[in-house]
Design a protein around this ligand. Structure first.
Ligand code: BEZ
Length: 395
């Protein structure tokens, strides 16, 4: 009898005896458990499409790694956060306490992110932010276990003021949803626009996710600024663009924005979006082999066109895979894991980016214009732009 046959025969003899459960539990122990990944994203409401695109992008990156992280299988958990800040802590704890995830991927809405941030800081769970740009997450409330793969809300607008003034628009009205994302975006806009010599003549706002824009558009018409700049995103952005045109402002007062205004909404906004100029860290039309391949693969897999949210989800998967490979799947090896995430260079469809000391991307910001239903790159608005990370002190 060969030694292999002997082992098999002995093993077979054990099965069916009292020792079989011991043998099976030994086998079970030898298999590393699955990595538990929790998505906390909006799957309903005005940001629903954004959540779906992020999850799609993340799964695509993981599929490219053979569906594994550091050699381990993955089990996914999901919570719809509804972009509702008052439920954020409870929802994050569903993933952290109940489902015991190893990694929390979320979210989109800055107010909800503040709840995740609290849970992440208290529990120490690895938290990857695939969108929400709230400044505090990588400034005063930064943490060793929290990494953002998207932007701070002021990064795109820090690059917006100069191109507006360069086009002769010296008096602007700012309009936004009044919550952390809009307020942070205004911070970047105010700094860049005033530094370039522009004057903000009025700040307008309405609560998230309201879309009754009519009274505010009437006010803009009366103020007669040279241009309007704004932060809106998702379904509400499409309606704002349509209402802006319907109010007769398109063609009279140029509309600018943080690039989320025209992301994933161009079909819904239709011709009303043509000509809008925005700044963002991605554009559909980036003419690189990396972007072409990504767009083709995404469209084939999901039968829809990717946008910046899909790219951010994809990059979150790439980042996690780099970290997991560095620790050979042992995500409890935190010192080595965090070092790998901090040192990662992400070869993204948006262009290569690195992680700042405060754990936020250092990245190029593109100047884009909607032309023939596409966000076309018309320039680079800022090269390797880093958020200040002000107040971030890692423990
Ligand atoms: C935010 O709440 O941070 C946000 C939401 C949608 C797009 C961009 C930022």
């Amino acid at each position: 009898m060969t030694s292999r046959r002997l082992i098999l025969t002995r093993g077979a003899a054990l099965v069916g005896t009292a020792s079989s459960s011991l043998l099976l539990s030994g086998i079970a122990r030898a298999q590393p458990a699955k990595v538990r990944v929790g998505f906390m994203l909006p799957y309903t409401g005005t940001y629903a499409q954004l959540g779906v695109a992020i999850e799609n992008g993340f799964r695509m990156a993981i599929d490219e790694q053979g569906g594994k992280l550091g050699g381990r299988e993955i089990e996914y958990f999901k919570v719809d956060d509804e972009s509702e800040p008052s439920k954020a802590i409870e929802n994050a704890n569903k993933l952290v306490q109940r489902d015991k995830v190893d990694v929390l991927v979320g979210t989109v809405h800055s107010g909800v992110q503040m709840g995740i941030q609290k849970v992440a800081r208290e529990s120490g769970v690895l938290s990857l932010i695939p969108n929400a740009g709230v400044l505090a997450a990588t400034r005063s409330l930064c943490a060793p276990n929290v990494f953002r793969t998207s932007f701070t809300n002021s990064q795109p607008t820090l690059a917006l003021g100069q191109p507006m003034v360069a086009r002769g628009h010296k008096k602007a009205v700012w309009i936004t949803w009044k919550y952390a994302a809009g307020d942070d975006a205004f911070e970047g806009f105010k700094e860049s626009y005033t530094k370039a010599g522009g004057t903000i003549i009025k700040e307008l706002g309405l609560p998230f996710p309201q879309v009754e824009f009519q009274a505010l558009l009437t006010e803009i018409a009366a103020l007669k600024p040279d241009a309007v700049a704004c932060f809106f995103a998702g379904g509400g952005a499409a309606k704002f663009i349509r209402d802006y045109a319907a109010a007769g402002l398109k063609g009279k007062i140029p509309l600018y924005g943080s690039g989320f205004l025209t992301e994933g909404v161009l079909q819904a906004a239709g011709p009303a979006a043509e000509g809008i100029i925005t700044t963002l860290h991605y554009s559909d039309s980036l003419n690189t082999p990396r972007n072409h391949t990504f767009r083709l693969d995404y469209a084939k897999t999901f039968r829809s066109q990717p946008d910046v949210y899909a790219v951010q989800g994809y990059d979150t998967g790439l980042l996690l895979a780099q970290g997991a490979n560095a620790v050979k799947g042992d995500l409890n090896n935190k010192a080595v894991l965090y070092k790998a995430l901090e040192g990662a260079v992400i070869d993204s469809p948006r262009g290569k980016w690195t992680m700042s000391k405060a754990h936020n991307p250092v990245q190029d910001i593109y100047l884009r214009q909607v032309q023939n239903g596409e966000n076309k790159v018309i320039g680079i608005a800022a090269k390797a732009l880093a958020d200040s990370g002000a107040g971030c002190k890692m423990a």
